[in-house]
Ligand binder design. Structure first.
Ligand code: SF4
Length: 298
C-alpha cells in the first residue's frame, strides 16, 4: 500500500492550491490539489508533510504546526490502494516559490469547490472547514476516476448534522450577511453532533451577495424575475450528496429560505408573506428520509 501526505496551507481564508499542469504522466494532471506527495523511506506522516511543503512551495513549517486531521484511503480496481495522511497548516514562514509539479496560487476556500478537483476531495475539504475529530475516510473510485462510494468514521461517537452555513456564522446569505445561532445553542449542538456547514445556494453556483429569490409554483424566481430553478436544484443535489457521503441523517436548516426553509417559506410575492411549503433543498432531503428541522424548533 502506498503512503502519501496532503496538506492544505491556509492564510486569510485562502488555501495555497497547486494546479498540476507541469508533468504529463501525472495521475492528477490538470487537477487542483493541496501540497503533498509520497513518503520517503523512514519518514513519518509529519516528516513527509514538512519535507513536501518545503520542496513544493519553499515554505518552512514545523511539525508541531501541522494539524493532523485524518486518513483518507483510496481504493480502485485499477490502482494500488493508497493511504493519504491529511494535514492543515496555518503557521509557516516564507513565501511560495516555483513548483516543479504545477502552478501555486492562493485561492479563496469557497472557490476551491468550483475548480476541477476530485469528487472525493469535496468531502474531506468540507471536514477541514469544521472542527471535526480525527477521521478515517474511505473513497472508492472506478478505473476512470468516478467516485463509487465513500465511508466516513470519526474517532468518536458524535453523529454528523448538516447545518445551514449562515446559522454557523458564514456570511453566505443573499445580502452577504449571516444569521448565527446564539452561542449557547451552538455549544449545545456541538456537544451532541459533528456540525457540517452547507450553503445550498453557494453549492448551486450562485454568487454572494445576490438578489433574493422566492419560490412560486415550485420554481425559484429572483426578485428581478430570472428563473434560478436550475441553480437551486443543483444546490439541493450537492447537499444531498454531502449528506449521503457523510452519513448525515438529519439537517438543521435556516427557516423560511427558498432553499433551506421547512414548513413555512416566503410566498413568491417578495412582500414578506409566508405560506406553507419547504425550500428546494429541505424538500429533497426530506424526500430521501433525512430529518429536517429549523432553528425555530431548537
Ligand atoms: S441557502 Fe441556506 S445556508 Fe445558504 S444562505 Fe440561504 S438559508 Fe443560509
Amino acid at each position: 500500500m502506498k503512503n502519501t501526505t496532503l496538506c492544505y496551507i491556509e492564510r486569510g481564508g485562502r488555501y495555497l492550491m497547486l494546479h498540476r499542469v507541469k508533468k504529463s504522466n501525472d495521475e492528477n494532471h490538470d487537477k487542483w490539489i493541496g501540497i503533498g506527495g509520497h513518503f520517503e523511506p523512514g519518514e513519518s506522516p509529519f516528516d513527509c508533510a514538512v519535507r513536501e511543503i518545503r520542496e513544493e512551495t519553499s515554505l518552512e513549517v514545523r511539525p508541531e504546526d501541522c494539524s493532523y486531521r485524518g486518513i483518507v484511503t483510496f481504493c480502485s480496481p485499477e490502482f494500488e490502494t493508497e493511504q493519504m495522511h491529511l494535514f492543515k497548516v496555518t503557521e509557516f514562514s516564507g513565501e511560495p516559490g516555483e513548483c516543479d509539479e504545477g502552478v501555486l496560487e492562493w485561492l479563496p476556500i469557497a472557490d476551491v469547490y468550483s475548480l476541477p478537483i476530485w469528487e472525493g476531495d469535496r468531502i474531506f475539504l468540507r471536514l477541514l472547514e469544521t472542527d471535526a475529530r480525527f477521521f478515517s475516510l474511505k473513497l472508492s473510485y472506478s478505473g476512470t476516476g468516478e467516485l463509487l462510494s465513500s465511508e466516513l468514521h470519526f474517532s468518536g461517537e458524535k453523529k454528523p448534522l448538516l447545518v445551514s452555513a449562515c446559522l454557523l456564522g458564514a456570511a453566505c446569505r443573499y445580502d452577504g450577511e449571516s444569521k448565527p445561532l446564539p452561542p449557547e445553542k451552538l455549544a449545545a449542538l456541538r456537544e451532541r453532533y459533528q456540525l457540517i456547514p452547507v450553503c445550498p445556494e453557494q453549492l448551486g453556483g450562485l454568487p454572494t451577495p445576490r438578489l433574493p429569490c422566492e419560490l412560486k409554483d415550485g420554481r425559484a424566481f429572483r426578485s428581478d424575475g430570472a428563473d434560478l430553478t436550475v441553480e437551486y436544484s443543483r444546490g439541493a443535489d450537492e447537499t444531498l450528496k454531502l449528506a449521503k457521503a457523510l452519513g448525515a441523517g438529519s439537517a438543521l436548516l435556516k427557516a423560511k429560505s427558498p432553499s433551506c426553509g421547512s414548513g413555512r417559506i416566503y410566498d413568491g410575492s417578495f412582500s414578506g408573506v409566508l405560506t406553507d411549503g419547504d425550500g428546494i433543498t429541505a424538500a429533497l432531503l426530506r424526500s430521501r428520509g433525512i430529518e429536517v428541522f429549523s432553528e425555530l424548533e431548537l
